[in-house]
Design a protein around this ligand. Structure first.
Ligand SMILES: N[C@@H](CCC[C@H](N)C(=O)O)C(=O)O
Length: 269
């Protein structure tokens, strides 16, 4: 499946007994030797009574992540498509958080991503104080970045042009910066106007992807906190558009966007 070009292999581990090791994930995600994807998503039974499902997210390098916004939308479509539920609104556990997913028309899904976290220890980010922006030295440059968690870590840098050729080098340097003990996703935000931005994201455990849902939420939260954006913003990514709403403070971030099923099959490892 994919959500705006961020692609996934979805595996139902409710009706099948499956145990995958990191090397199995890497093999499935390999674009030359495997199926090829940015993330492998596992559909599991819930661990908490309030939830309908649990889902686990593995990056292409085999590492586990706490959140995946585009994956959450595809998750909702997948469990309906595979008849694992009749619900059109469902509560799903990802990492330690609960998310509400709502199926909309035309295979769009709205995800309540929960409230962003700003305390450095929760991200995690090596800083003593919480601030809307931090100084970070990466690739020999001193940058001003917004840093927050959407259930996974994000660092967002405002740029004049997302097509600038130096972003790849900077993205890699931010992603693996020593101030992020668990690494981070690195986003580059170009503000077109108060309701429209462009974004490129270099994802932890993958590299640049065509879209990153949690990255789009993080970029809008940062832009809102800095006073550059309104509370409803269209985020244009390489692979498509996502619509993000955030009222500020402790309110949840809502994300709406597309889902697509590319093909179905059996994997023999
Ligand atoms: N593509 C995702 C994010 C996936 C996880 C991320 N790479 C991480 O390691 O935190 C999205 O749509 O949010």
């Amino acid at each position: 499946m994919h959500g705006a070009g961020n692609d996934f292999v979805m595996i139902d581990t409710i009706s099948q007994r499956i145990k995958l090791r990191p090397r199995d994930i890497r093999r499935i995600a390999d674009r030359r030797r495997g199926v090829g994807c940015d993330q492998v998503l596992l559909v599991e039974p819930p661990g908490q009574p309030e939830a309908d499902f649990r889902y686990r997210i593995f990056n292409a390098d085999g590492s586990e992540a706490g959140q995946c916004g585009n994956g959450a939308r595809c998750f909702a479509r997948f469990v309906r498509h595979r008849r694992l539920t009749h619900l059109t609104t469902m509560v799903v556990e990802a990492g330690s958080s609960l998310m509400t997913l709502r199926l909309r028309e035309n295979h769009e899904v709205e995800v309540d991503m929960g409230a962003p976290l700003f305390t450095p220890a929760d991200i995690p980010f090596r800083r003593a104080e919480t601030a809307p922006e931090y100084e970070l030295t990466a690739a020999g440059e001193t940058l001003r970045v917004g840093v927050l968690s959407m259930g996974n870590p994000h660092a967002v840098l405002r740029v004049n042009d997302v097509n600038d050729g130096s972003l790849e080098r900077l993205g890699e340097a931010i992603r693996s910066h020593e101030d992020f003990p668990e690494e981070t996703n690195a986003g580059f935000l170009e503000v077109v106007d108060r309701t429209h931005v462009r974004l490129r994201v270099f994802e932890r455990g993958v590299g640049e992807t065509e879209a990153c849902g949690s990255g789009a939420c993080a970029a809008v939260v940062y832009g809102r906190r800095m006073g550059w954006l309104d509370d409803r913003v269209t985020v244009e990514l390489t692979g498509g558009k996502l619509h993000i709403q955030w009222q500020g403070d402790d309110s949840s971030v809502l994300m709406t966007g597309p889902t697509a099923i590319s093909f179905e099959g059996t994997i023999r490892l």
